[in-house]
Design a protein around this ligand. Structure first.
Ligand code: NAD
Length: 296
């Protein structure tokens, strides 16, 4: 048994990144540069989405960004939503735009996302930014994979030549993460998903195991090897009577079983979530710099 594991403390690292961004914003503004400005579109009144957007707004305030929140009713038409996005695309004061997902069923998330100007797409979801992952000069990287990579790097975790097993192949997390780990970081990558048979045969081979499935507790202690580095992306609300909120958050990894075998492991909450927000801020800063460069 690994005698102790190290927590990959996303909250702490995200706070360090926010401090770095805040001091950069101060120095940009002190020489008359533009204050970065992030806009968020929230459709409907889903509680989890509201929480995510509020956390992003709080983070903007903390680092000295301006923010604009546009909250539309769930009945908004796709055409109206797209026209709002186009308005923001053409607003020179706004550097970054996020459209909080999920959107109501009558609105196509893919179509709406694709309407965001790639230069302002700080979630990194548009096809152009997605495709540019496989370029040596990536654009705005998908925020969650970018945050995970930053977390691993700040803990000096070796990636090159190691076997990374990615469980989940979603467009927003698993697929781009697997590309980044192989193309940019030279890990040997295995991608598993819902149709993978004998998942445990793959997860047991992982030097670095990244799990993004939304299936709470999917990865048990007997599915990993000693010394594995574990990144748990999953966040599921589990109902409970034991706290006032009425729920607690659970990851895709059975932490109590897996942590004793791991060398490093992310907690849920406090692991990947804060890093995703930090990446959004980094992307917004990059978008502001790029915008300033284009308008200079
Ligand atoms: P998704 O539903 O789009 O994709 C889930 C993926 O898991 C799919 O590739 C599917 O094939 C795979 N999968 C499902 N069940 C599986 C199983 N039994 N075995 C193997 N693979 C299985 O989800 P997503 O958007 O990638 O999100 C996954 C989780 O990560 C969710 O809990 C989500 O809330 C969370 N998430 C967290 C952050 C963050 O910042 N912390 C960001 C994005 C997503």
């Amino acid at each position: 048994m690994a005698d102790s594991y190290i927590i990959l403390d996303g909250k702490k690292i995200a706070n360090e990144i926010k401090d770095e961004i805040a001091s950069e914003v101060k120095s940009i503004v002190s020489v008359g540069g533009k204050t970065p400005h992030l806009a968020a579109i929230l459709v409907g009144d889903d509680g989890a989405s509201q929480t995510y957007v509020n956390n992003k707004i709080k983070a903007c305030t903390r680092v000295g960004f301006e923010y604009t929140l546009l909250n539309f009713p769930a009945t908004i038409s796709e055409a109206k939503l797209i026209s709002e996005i186009e308005r923001i695309n053409n607003d020179d004061d706004i550097d970054g735009l996020i459209v909080q997902l999920p959107l109501p069923a009558h609105v196509s998330s893919a179509k709406v996302t694709e309407c965001i100007r790639p230069e302002k797409d700080v979630d990194g979801f548009t096809n152009l930014n997605y495709g540019r992952i496989t370029s040596n000069n990536p654009g705005l990287m998908p925020a969650t994979p970018y945050g995970i990579l930053e977390l691993l790097k700040r803990y000096n975790i070796d990636i090159k030549g190691r076997h990374c097993v990615m469980v989940g192949n979603s467009r927003t997390v698993g697929a781009p993460m697997s590309i980044i780990m192989s193309y940019h970081e030279y890990a040997t990558v295995t991608v598993c998903h819902i149709h993978t048979q004998k998942l445990e045969e793959f997860t047991r081979q992982a030097d670095i195991l990244i799990v993004a499935t939304g299936k709470p507790g999917l990865i048990k202690g007997d599915m990993v090897k000693e010394g594995v580095v574990v990144v748990d992306v999953g966040i599921t609300r589990i109902e409970t009577d034991e706290n006032e909120r009425g729920y607690y958050l659970k990851g895709d990894v059975e932490f109590g079983q897996v942590a004793p075998k791991a060398s490093y492991i992310t907690p849920v909450p406090g692991g990947v979530g804060p890093m995703t927000i930090a990446s959004l801020l980094l992307n917004t800063l990059k978008a502001t710099r790029n915008g300033a460069a284009h308008s200079a």
